[in-house]
Ligand binder design. Structure first.
Ligand SMILES: CCCCCCC[C@H](O)CC(=O)SCCNC(=O)CCNC(=O)[C@H](O)C(C)(C)COP(=O)([O-])OP(=O)([O-])OC[C@H]1O[C@@H](n2cnc3c(N)ncnc32)[C@H](O)[C@@H]1OP(=O)([O-])[O-]
Length: 615
C-alpha cells in the first residue's frame, strides 16, 4: 500500500518516509513536510473553491470564489469532482449548483485567459452535469453571466431569484460564449432572443429570462445533444471560434479595458484613498455657457435630478440653449433614456440666469473651458487636434482625416468634433495663448513662439464658419444647428487658397500617415504625462480615453494600443516625425518611451521606469 502513495514533498516518488498525511486537493505529504504544511495549509485549503455538502437527499455544490465566483481552474475542478461524487453517492437524489455570497458564477475567470489552459474545461463539466442521472438544478441569484449561464444551461432545471440577472457579456471582451452557450441558448430561448443576448451582451432580469425559457422553474428541460441541428458539430465550431477570438488583439484589449476600469478605481492620494474618501453631497450646480457642450452637461445633471443654473451673458444664446436642452430632454424621454417623471421634473430644476450673483452658493461648477496646456485628456488631445490641422494644411482634406480616424475606430472624426464644439472655441483658445505670449497672429502667421502655427481654423472663424451652430464650418449642414455633415467644396477652396497664399505645396497623404500622426503624437504626450506623474499608471490614461473620447474599446486605449503596436516601432516613428517636423514640440520623443522601447519593458512594469533614476 505504502508504495502506491505519491508524496508531494521535494523528494517526490523517491520519498521513503513512510508516514503520510493527506490534505484536501488529493495531495499527500510525508510528516517530514509538516512544517511546510503548517505554513502552507491555509493556502491549500483556501483554493478549495466549491463546497460540497449533503443536506437530506440533495448534494449542494456551492461555488465559493469571492467576489464574483468566477469559474477559475480550482472552481472547475471542484465542480467536476462534486458532480462525480454526487453521481456516486447513493443517498443523493438530486444536485443543486449555486454560488456563495453575492452571486451565482459571473463567468469564466478572465485573468486565466492569458495563462496556459488547464483541464477540466467548462464544456466537459457541463456535459458531465447534463449526463448525470440525478436531476441537476442551478439555483441562481446575483449575476449569472457567461460561463456561469452556460453551466446553468447544462443543468436540468434552473430556478432564480426575481432580482437575478443573466447574460452573455463575452462580446464586451471581444469573445463569444465558448462553453456551448451559442448552441444551447437558441434551443432554450429561440434564435432571436439568443442572437440579441449574445450580440448585445446585455444582462436580462430573471423575470424576463423566464419568459424566454432560459430560467426554467417547473419543467425538466434537459437539452438533448441530438436535436435537428448537429449539436456536436456546433460545439466543435463554437470552441474553434472561441479560441480564435481569445487569441485576437481585440479580445486582449477588451479584457485589458475591463481590468483597467477596475484598477483606476483604486486611487491613492497623499491625504486619502478610494477606501477613505466620502462623496460630498451636491445640491446645486451651475453651468456657464449655453452652447452645445454646456447644454449637454445641463441635460446630464437634470437627468440625475440635480438642480442647475444655466448662465449666459447673451440672451439670444441663453434662449437657444434652453430650446436645445428642452429638445434633448424630450428626445431622451421618447427614447426611454429617462423616465417621463424625470423629464417633467427637469423643467423645475433648471434655472436660466444672466447674473453671476445667482451662482454664489452653488456646490459645483463644471469647468468647460480648456485650460492652457490641459491636464491629462486635453493635454494629450492637443497634439491630436493640431496634427489634424497640419495634415489638412499639407494636403489632406478634413473629410479624409475624419474618414480615416472613423475607420480606425473613433465614433466621430476630429473635424466633425470641431464643428460640434465650435470653430470659435478653438480660435479663442489660440487667441488666449497668443495674448499671454504678447503675440498678434494674422492669417499669414506660420510660427508662434518658435512653434509651427496653422491659421486655417482662423480663416474659417473670420468667414463666420463656426460649425454646426451656424450651419457651416469644416462641413456644411442642412441648417444652423443641423447635424448632417456634408462635404463642402467651399472648404476645399478655402484650404487651397490658404496654401497658395503661404506657398505651401500640397501632397497626397496616406491613411497610414494620418493614423500615425494623429495617434503617435498623442501617445508620445501620454508617455510624458506618465513621466510628469500626472497619471500614475497607463490605465488612467486609457480609461480617460475610453470614456472621454469614446476611444474604441477593442483597441484598449492609446497606451495599450501603443503597447500592441510595439514601443520600439512607435518610438522610431515618433523620432521620424520629430526629424521631419522639428518645429512641433509634441514630436520631441518622450524619455520614458525611449527607455521602455530600448528595453522592451512589459506594460505592467512601465511605471517602475517612469520617475527617478531609471528614467
Ligand atoms: C473550450 C473553451 C472553453 C472556454 C470557456 C468560455 C466560458 C465563457 O463563455 C467565457 C466567459 O465566461 S467570459 C466572462 C464573462 N463574464 C463577464 O464578463 C462578467 C464580468 N464581470 C462583471 O460584469 C462584473 O464584475 C459583475 C457584474 C459580475 C459584478 O460587478 P461589481 O459587483 O460591480 O464588481 P466588480 O467591481 O466589477 O468586480 C469585482 C472584482 O471581481 C473581478 N471580476 C469580475 N468578474 C471577473 C471575471 N469574470 N474574472 C475575473 N475577475 C473578475 C473584478 O476585476 C474585481 O476585481 P478587483 O480586484 O476587486 O478589482
Amino acid at each position: 500500500m505504502r508504495s502506491k502513495v505519491v508524496c508531494n514533498c521535494r523528494l517526490g516518488s523517491k520519498c521513503r518516509t513512510g508516514v503520510f498525511i493527506s490534505v484536501p486537493l488529493r495531495s499527500t505529504f510525508c510528516v517530514g513536510t509538516s512544517y511546510i504544511l503548517a505554513v502552507k495549509v491555509s493556502y491549500i485549503v483556501a483554493v478549495i473553491m466549491v463546497d460540497y455538502k449533503v443536506q437530506g437527499s440533495f448534494a449542494i455544490l456551492e461555488v465559493n470564489n469571492p467576489p464574483v465566483n468566477a469559474l477559475s481552474h480550482a472552481v472547475r475542478s471542484g465542480l467536476n469532482d462534486g458532480i462525480e461524487k454526487a453521481s456516486r453517492d447513493r443517498n443523493v437524489k438530486a444536485v443543486i449548483v449555486c454560488g456563495k455570497g453575492a452571486t451565482f458564477p459571473a463567468g469564466a475567470d478572465i485573468r486565466e485567459f492569458s495563462k496556459p489552459k488547464k483541464e477540466p474545461w467548462l464544456p466537459e463539466i457541463g456535459h458531465k452535469m447534463e449526463k448525470c442521472e440525478k436531476p441537476v438544478i442551478a439555483a441562481i441569484h446575483g449575476t449569472c453571466l457567461g460561463g456561469g449561464l452556460e453551466i446553468a444551461l447544462f443543468c436540468h432545471y434552473r430556478i432564480a431569484l426575481k432580482t437575478a440577472r443573466v447574460g452573455f457579456p463575452e462580446v464586451q471582451l471581444g469573445l463569444l460564449p465558448g462553453a456551448a452557450g451559442t448552441q444551447r441558448l437558441p434551443r432554450v430561448a429561440g434564435l432571436q432572443v439568443a442572437m440579441d443576448m449574445i450580440s448585445s451582451g446585455r444582462h436580462v432580469l430573471a423575470t424576463e429570462a423566464k419568459k424566454y425559457g432560459i430560467i426554467d422553474e417547473l419543467c425538466l428541460k434537459a437539452v438533448k445533444a441530438s436535436v435537428d441541428f448537429p449539436y456536436e458539430k456546433g460545439l466543435e465550431m463554437e470552441t474553434e471560434f472561441f479560441k480564435q477570438l481569445l487569441g485576437s488583439g481585440q479580445s486582449k484589449a477588451q479584457q485589458y479595458a475591463f481590468f483597467a476600469e477596475r484598477t483606476i478605481a483604486r486611487w491613492e492620494m497623499p491625504n486619502g484613498n478610494y477606501r477613505t474618501a466620502v462623496a460630498k453631497p451636491v445640491k446645486s450646480t451651475a453651468v456657464i455657457g449655453a452652447g452645445t457642450m454646456g447644454s449637454g452637461i445641463v441635460v446630464c445633471l437634470l437627468s440625475a435630478g440635480i438642480p442647475v443654473y444655466l448662465m449666459e451673458q447673451n440672451e439670444k444664446f441663453l434662449n437657444n440653449g434652453l430650446k436645445m436642452i428642452k429638445s434633448i430632454m424630450e428626445g431622451s424621454v421618447k427614447l426611454g433614456k429617462v423616465s417621463p417623471e424625470v423629464g417633467r421634473k427637469a423643467a423645475t430644476l433648471l434655472k436660466p440666469t444672466m447674473n453671476y450673483n445667482d451662482l454664489k452658493d452653488v456646490d459645483l461648477i463644471p469647468v468647460l473651458v480648456k485650460t492652457c496646456r490641459g491636464f491629462l485628456a486635453n493635454r494629450m488631445h492637443g497634439p491630436f487636434g493640431t496634427e489634424g490641422t497640419f495634415l489638412v494644411e499639407e494636403g489632406a482634406l478634413p473629410s479624409q482625416v475624419d474618414r480615416v480616424m472613423e475607420d480606425f475606430g473613433l465614433p466621430i472624426g476630429p473635424f466633425k468634433v470641431r464643428d460640434l464644439s465650435g470653430v470659435d472655441i478653438a480660435y479663442k483658445i489660440k487667441q488666449e495663448v497668443a495674448k499671454l505670449l504678447g503675440i498678434k497672429t494674422t492669417l499669414q502667421t506660420r510660427f508662434m513662439n518658435g512653434e509651427r502655427y496653422c491659421a486655417l481654423n482662423d480663416r474659417l472663424f473670420h468667414l463666420g464658419r463656426l460649425g454646426r451652430k451656424t450651419g457651416k464650418g469644416y462641413y456644411k449642414y442642412e441648417k444652423a444647428g443641423g447635424k448632417i455633415a456634408t462635404e463642402d467644396s467651399d472648404v476645399t477652396d478655402i484650404i487651397e487658397k490658404h496654401c497658395k497664399e503661404l506657398g505651401i505645396q500640397r501632397r497626397q497623404i496616406s491613411s497610414q500617415e494620418i493614423v500615425e500622426r494623429m495617434m503617435y503624437s498623442c501617445i508620445n504626450e501620454g508617455f510624458k504625462i506618465l513621466e510628469d506623474g500626472i497619471a500614475v499608471r497607463p490605465e488612467d490614461i486609457d480609461v480617460c480615453y475610453l470614456y472621454g473620447f469614446s476611444f474604441p474599446r477593442y483597441l484598449g486605449g492609446p497606451m495599450f494600443y501603443a503597447n500592441q503596436i510595439g514601443l520600439q516601432r512607435v518610438y522610431e516613428r515618433i523620432c521620424y516625425y520629430h526629424e521631419n517636423f522639428p518645429y512641433s514640440p509634441h514630436w520631441v520623443p518622450s524619455r520614458l518611451l525611449r527607455k521602455l522601447a530600448a528595453k522592451s519593458v512589459p506594460m505592467n512594469e512601465w511605471m517602475a521606469y517612469a520617475t527617478g533614476s531609471k528614467l
